[in-house]
Design a protein around this ligand. Sequence first.
Ligand code: G3P
Length: 219
Amino acid sequence: MKLFVDTANVDEIRRAADMGVICGVTTNPSLIAKEGRDFAEVIKEIAGIVDGPISAEVIALEADKMVEEAETFIAKMPEYKDNIVIKLPFCEEGLVACRILTEKDIKTNVTLIYSAAQAVLAANAGAAFVSPFVGRLDDVGTDGMALIEEVMDIFEVQGIETEVIAASIRNPIHVTKAARIGCDIATVPFNVIIQMLTHPLTAIGIERFLKDWEGFEKK
Ligand code: G3P
């Protein structure tokens, strides 16, 4: 399963890219706002670090404005136009924008997906990616991973090429469960990547190897 990092923090993105574990980045207005930097400037910097799909979300709520926002945004960084993915909120206007952007050969990621029916609509509108939110469904007492499974099953049976991004990932178990189901991609906050690489027995093991080696060297 491919991993994207779900952050707009360039230091985190650089560390994840250096480890070689990610091949894309997703951002959203909340993550961009947290960085307190110019939107285009951040996305441009991210695109310079990761040579893969970088999701940048529109703010507009009307289709023509979404399309305009997307095209203006991409025009600011023509060198990265193949990597920029326009993230659209799931709604009627978002689907219209998805259809128009797809016709213009601009890739989209339809986000805020909370049902398989929504995922089918987004795929039909031409979305390159759909992002069902696992953690936020868990938060309201609904099994988020069951949605990933349902969408994957439908896309497989129907031969739909839209890639599924498990989003709103909160812990390593979400990641491994999504992988086991066969989900295409999980977009993972940087702290979850750190949780994934941390195991107390690994740390103890490294310490023990070094101690034994020191004792051997002294002989
Ligand atoms: O990229 C959007 C999504 O991952 C949000 O996650 O933790 O705010 O539900 P969260």
